[in-house]
Design a binder for this molecule. Structure first.
Ligand SMILES: [Mn+2]
Length: 270
């Protein structure tokens, strides 16, 4: 059995449509999405997701998502879980609560969304400036682009660790000590504030607690927006860490062969 893999999309309909067509052409009916899907507030976003859902249904494709950091968690928390635990954002777009367990192709999965935003401060400043302007002109519409629920809590870690080992962890965040990631982030090339970086590191440490309890053979992630495919020795377990790029870039889509537990990029040559 094979399933599709999809990186951060940030709600960009063009890239989503292209990916859905690609998966459909490859006869993949299940797609694992690693967060920053683009669950945003407002009617424009809602209409877009209705259209995307229609396209998914027409192609017989279902997206299974571990939500990211840039998602509207107020909206996600308002979703009523199905009997099997999935949160139905749309009929063909299911969001995983943190610590959710599933099985596919004889493999066990645990899902752990969330991550700390390294751009938390500029987002909060931009939102409050925008909202002050809105108030000045008498508008009640408020902008929000940072949600505190993005952070992985102790309760999330406990729920994820409770089931013990899983073959695959699907998350937005990646494990620590992955050289491909460490080498790219060295020297803070994004110029983020030290305070926000420390906050994001604390959230990542929470992910790491859960990860070490799960000891997965494969860790899928997004968040960093570049390709990662590295086998890492974590002491008690050796794990293939596989991260997808974002927004239709090369390596933002992939395929996971569940028989061999091997992930590969499908857009690496573009
Ligand atoms: Mn992202």
């Amino acid at each position: 059995m094979k399933v599709g893999l999809l990186g951060d999309m940030h709600g960009t309909e063009f890239w989503l449509n292209r990916a859905i067509d690609e998966f459909s052409a490859a006869n993949l009916d299940t797609v694992i999405q690693v967060g920053d899907l683009g669950v945003w507030p407002g009617n424009v976003a809602a209409g877009k997701w209705d259209r995307v859902n229609k396209r998914l249904r027409a192609n017989g494709v279902t997206i299974l998502c571990a939500p990211g950091n840039h998602e509207d968690y107020d909206q996600i928390e308002a979703l009523e879980p199905r009997d099997d635990g999935w949160l139905p954002f749309r009929n063909n777009i299911l969001l995983a609560p943190r610590g959710h367990r599933t099985e596919m192709g004889g493999r066990t999965f645990v899902w752990l969304g969330g991550a700390g935003s390294v751009d938390r401060k500029p987002r909060l400043i931009a939102d409050s400036a925008f909202n002050r302007q809105r108030e000045h002109y008498g508008s009640s519409q408020r902008r929000k682009s940072w949600w505190e629920q993005e952070a992985i809590s102790d309760a999330d870690v406990a729920r994820t660790a409770a089931g013990g080992h899983a073959d695959v962890i699907v998350a937005h965040e990646a494990p620590a000590r992955v050289e491909t990631i460490a080498s790219r982030l060295r020297g803070n090339p994004g110029g983020f504030s030290r305070h926000d970086i420390e906050y994001a590191d604390r959230v990542r440490n929470k992910y790491m607690e859960a990860f070490m309890a799960v000891e997965p053979a494969l860790a899928l992630h997004g968040h960093y927006h570049f390709a990662v495919n590295e086998e890492v020795d974590f002491g008690s377990v050796t794990t293939r860490v596989f991260g997808l790029a974002a927004d239709g870039q090369p390596s933002s889509t992939g395929v996971l062969d569940l028989d061999t537990l091997t992930p590969t990029f499908t857009t690496g040559r573009r």
